[in-house]
Design a protein around this ligand. Sequence first.
Ligand SMILES: [Zn+2]
Length: 262
Amino acid sequence: MPSPFSLEPLEGVFQQMRSLEERTGRVLCSNAGEFKVGDQLYSVPRMRYCDGAADDPLRIGIFGSIHGDEPVGAYALIEFFAELAQNEQDTCGYDLVGYPVCNPTGFAKKTRDNHDGKDLNREFWRGSTQEEVRILEKEILARNFHGIISLHADDTSEGIYGFVQGAALYHDLLRPALKSAGAFLPVNGAAEIDGFTAFDGLIRDCYPGVLSTHPELEIKPFELIFETPGKEPLHRQITATKSFLYSVLRNYRSFISYAQNL
Ligand SMILES: [Zn+2]
């Protein structure tokens, strides 16, 4: 049976990942898991960059393109991982795992939903039978991340904005990261975004079922969602997203060392 849609966008990502692994020698690329749709095999790709000198590195999971029509997450993550080896000051003490394409069939079709018509970002921790969700839930449980960051684009927004689950890191993490990304794209200053109350692009709430940690974990990681205005040129969205990520790495490390010294 012929493939129902073009695999070119996915193959492009895999090719970039392979060249990234060869060029840097420090980024390991693999698959978090595979699944079949008809005769076609798909995989959820994974990249890892670890500060080998750190005793107990801070584990951060970064998730892109869970909505298949938001390619910025995938391309920003590939560029971000490609640069990490040259930014050792920022990556010191970290074990970073990136999932550039969380929804491979949607990415190939350029649709928000997956091949089965499901918005995967409403399926987490609800007993979903979607293979992509099962693969990612397993990863999230096994890796026990200190922090989870999801990358999105919103083509109804004129500016960047972000969600944080829980208030603790609102000031220390999300606010400075949005400010940093705000050097490249305007911040959405609306009092309500996507049905949520917002202030300076910051939202302290979320939809149920979004990609997140297991709801019953005792010690919760920080969870951030970053949204870029989807109609802006892709390269500007990528630059803003990378700036957001670097800011989170810098501020989370100092937040943790401050907390440990209390
Ligand atoms: Zn999205």
